[in-house]
Design a protein around this ligand. Structure first.
Ligand code: G6P
Ligand code: MG
Length: 220
């Protein structure tokens, strides 16, 4: 059965994965190196601090702790500027419709994101009240691929992990969902992401009935 759904945020509900990338890319340019799109895959789903660590590693740049803090703060400032004035229009295709459909079927859903800016986005796009639970970077001890984020989401909803389905666009997130014992739908291509139950390019590709069919859940 599917008793609840847990959504990643950046790159699943909204195209902020791109804004994160642009902000990191500009930071790299300031430090004198190019941060390529293919290298950005490793940054998806991981915390701000871990993202910076990977970025610096990619550019073979070493920084002190204080410098790292300043760089992370600078990136976040640029990122926050780019997500200013978000509206419902900025949700990815199919998101509004799929969330509405889940509500129709009384299937609760939670947010499971590594971002500490999740509430800004949920408020801006007006979807905040729809969520039964929100777990974001402010609540987390361990980042994806640790399952903590999704297990907390399931627990807050009072649903067993096995009854949850996760939507993810990041490898770290798919691995986290698997480790939580959940089924997972990848938003992306099988060439880029491994280990999901199936793949969609956006939420426009899926209905609740289709989700059950793909996961082999008998329609009641
Ligand atoms: C998400 C994104 C990452 C981002 C992380 C932290 O998981 O996929 O790209 O770095 O959240 O986000 P924050 O908004 O707290 O910097
Ligand atoms: Mg994501």
């Amino acid at each position: 059965q599917i008793e609840a759904v847990i959504f990643d945020l950046d790159g699943v509900l909204i195209d902020t994965a791109e804004y994160h990338y642009v902000a990191w890319k500009n930071l790299a340019a300031d430090m004198g190196f190019e941060f390529k799109r293919e290298d950005n895959e490793r940054l998806k789903g991981v915390s701000r601090e871990e993202s910076l660590r990977i970025l610096l590693e990619t550019g073979a740049v070493e920084k002190t702790e204080a410098e790292k803090q300043e760089l992370a703060a600078r990136k976040n400032e640029a990122y926050l500027k780019s997500i200013q004035g978000l509206t419902e229009e900025d949700l990815l295709p199919g998101v509004r419709g799929f969330l509405r459909e889940l509500q129709t079927f009384n299937v609760p859903f939670a947010l499971g994101s590594a971002s500490r800016n999740a509430s800004v986005i949920l408020e801006g796009t007006g979807i905040s009240p729809l969520f039964a639970a929100v777990v974001d970077g402010n609540d987390l001890g361990k980042a994806k691929p640790d399952p903590e984020v999704f297990l907390k989401g399931a627990e807050k909803m009072g649903i067993a992990p096995e009854a949850c389905v996760v939507f993810e666009d990041a490898q770290a997130g798919i691995d986290a969902a698997r480790a939580a014992g959940m089924r997972v739908v990848a938003v992306g291509s099988p060439e880029m992401l491994t280990g999901a139950d199936f793949y969609i390019s956006n939420l426009k590709d899926i209905t609740f009935a289709g989700l059950k069919r793909e996961l082999g859940v008998p329609s009641s």
